[in-house]
Structure formats: C-alpha cells, structure tokens
Design a protein around this ligand. Structure first.
Ligand SMILES: [Cu+2]
Length: 116
C-alpha cells in the first residue's frame, strides 16, 4: 500500500515535467516556423506600409531612423512608447482584422497590418 503511494507520488511530477517539456518544445517549434515579420521605420515611413500576417503572428517594428518614433494603433489596440534609434516594439495579433496605425509624434506616418 505504502509502496503504491510512493510510485504514484513520483509518477505525477514526472508526468507533469514531460507534459511541460513537450509544451515547451511545441511552443518553440511554432515560433520558429513563420519568419518573424518586421516593419522597418526609416526616413519618416513604415516599410512595408501594409503587412499581411496570419492570426497569432508577432510583428516587430524596428526604428532605423535617427529620431524617435512611436507605433500607435488607430483603434487603441496597441501603443508603443517613443522608440529611439534601433529600439524595437512588438505586438502579437491574436484576432483577425485590419489594424491601421500611425506615429503619434508624426501623425502623417501611417501603416497597416492585415491579420487573417
Ligand atoms: Cu514618427
């Protein structure tokens, strides 16, 4: 009786560890599969101006300009702080839709992410 309890007591943490490990491996595989899409901010513009990605994709904006910019969703979905040269901002799009955005410092700078 006591031995049985002991085996169960060891088996449960082992099972949990295996499940967690499998989950980690799976998560890594999913992240590695699609190339991480990037929008480059340079010369007062977002490049590409329009980017189409699948649901669940993380988009990263990188400021290559020599002045700060922001990445702000027109619908309030995401909002970066001022990004200095070579600073990044990332957002994961969990829902399909069209996400227009702009730079709040230079509102004429606009871009769009289409998620489907
Ligand atoms: Cu700007």
């Amino acid at each position: 009786m006591r031995k049985g309890v002991c085996v169960v007591g060891l088996a449960a943490p082992a099972m949990i560890a295996i499940v967690l490990l499998a989950g980690l491996i799976k998560a890594n595989a999913q992240q590695a599969a699609p190339a991480a899409p990037e929008v480059i901010i340079d010369n007062f513009s977002f490049d590409p101006g329009m980017l189409t990605v699948a649901v669940g994709t993380t988009v990263t904006w990188t400021n290559r300009d020599d002045i700060p910019h922001t990445v702000v969703s027109a619908d309030g979905v995401f909002k970066s702080k001022a990004r200095d040269t070579d600073e990044k901002f990332s957002y994961t799009f969990a829902k399909a839709g069209t996400y227009p955005y702009y730079c709040s410092i230079h509102p004429k700078m606009t871009g769009k992410i289409v998620v489907h």
